[in-house]
Design a binder for this molecule. Structure first.
Ligand code: CP
Length: 310
């Protein structure tokens, strides 16, 4: 990418991005991080621009983080969710989008339960679209904030050993992280019950194991994924209790980990299932650093996609 200039209209996933584009976002986020330490956490960068947050699925972290990032950049923000919109009267996403465009919005942030929904929206709209999580496909800003946090804690991404443990099959977070981390030279392992690992996982350039000890041994970073019962149409393992016995990260498991291992989770955490409560709140956990860093990363993404010249 010549001159490190952002050229894309949309951010739909990390699969399509070049390593240099991902690095540009992470480096831009670093410069935005300082704003969070100021007494007045606001800059005029997006003054006069309107950003619409279009959420068709529940969200706590992503939605609040985007809205706060927009406000810190002085954008006008509009929040829109299915329960209060005309989609319940049968309006299509395309018509909703066209109406938003008629209102001259600058950027649309979209979360949707269907994989590919933001990609369809991006084809209809002249303004930029940011994918805030689509079905089981991608969650690019979550992966970017995860990568930013790994780079912050470990000083680099190249050669860092990152293990994802849990429901890999239904995880858009894992998918985006795999694309991003492997492009930047990290060594990725995925671990969980065989039924929750995509059949083509090895072809994505990751190590696959069903053995928790193997995934923990030598890992610099362990990123836990929630069992997504809401996306499972069949039973993928005998019981939650059995899953927790085999795959939970707790104090005993961490005795076999590297002393400087860090524990990550995109949230929401199911305490006592994928992670014991004491590990969530313990010294290895950097889960809340992820949330904090998400703000700078989303400010960087909004800034780059808005095409504003600094
Ligand atoms: N990590 C994440 O996407 O969390 P929310 O569903 O709360 O946005």
């Amino acid at each position: 990418m010549s001159g490190r200039v952002w050229k894309r209209k949309d951010l739909l996933g990390l699969k399509d991005l070049e390593a240099e584009e991902i690095e540009l976002i992470l480096d831009t986020a670093e410069s935005f991080q300082e704003i969070g330490n100021r007494p007045i956490k606001k800059v005029p960068t997006l003054q006069g621009r309107t950003v619409v947050n279009l959420f068709f699925e529940p969200s706590t972290r992503t939605r609040i983080s985007f809205e706060l990032a927009e406000k810190r950049l002085s954008a006008d923000t509009v929040n829109f969710s299915t329960d209060i919109s005309s989609t319940i009267k049968g309006e299509t996403v395309k018509d909703t989008a066209k109406n938003l465009e008629a209102l001259q919005v600058s950027l649309v942030i979209m979360r949707h339960p269907s994989s590919g929904a933001p990609h369809r929206l991006a084809r209809y709209l002249k303004c930029g679209v940011i994918n805030a999580g689509d079905g089981i496909n991608e969650h690019p800003t979550q992966a970017l904030l995860d990568m930013f946090t790994v780079r912050q804690k470990k000083g680099k991404l190249k050669g860092v050993k990152v293990s994802f443990i849990g429901d890999i099959l239904h995880s858009r977070v894992a998918r985006s992280n795999i694309w991003g981390l492997t492009k930047l030279g990290a060594e990725v392992t995925v671990c969980g019950p065989r039924t929750l690992i995509p059949r083509d996982a090895e072809q994505l350039g990751v190590r696959v194991t069903t053995n928790l000890e193997e995934a923990v041994d030598g890992a610099d970073v362990i990123n836990l994924l929630r069992i997504q019962l809401e996306r499972q149409k069949e039973s993928f393992f005998p019981s939650i209790r059995e899953y927790a016995i085999t795959y939970q990260i707790n104090r005993d498991v961490l005795k076999k980990a590297k002393p400087d291992v860090v524990i990550m989770h995109p949230g929401p955490v199911n305490r006592g299932i994928e992670l014991s409560s004491d590990v969530v709140d313990g010294p290895y956990s950097i889960i809340l650093d992820q949330v904090t860093n998400g703000l700078a990363v989303r400010m960087a993404v909004l800034y780059l996609l808005s095409g504003v010249k600094s």
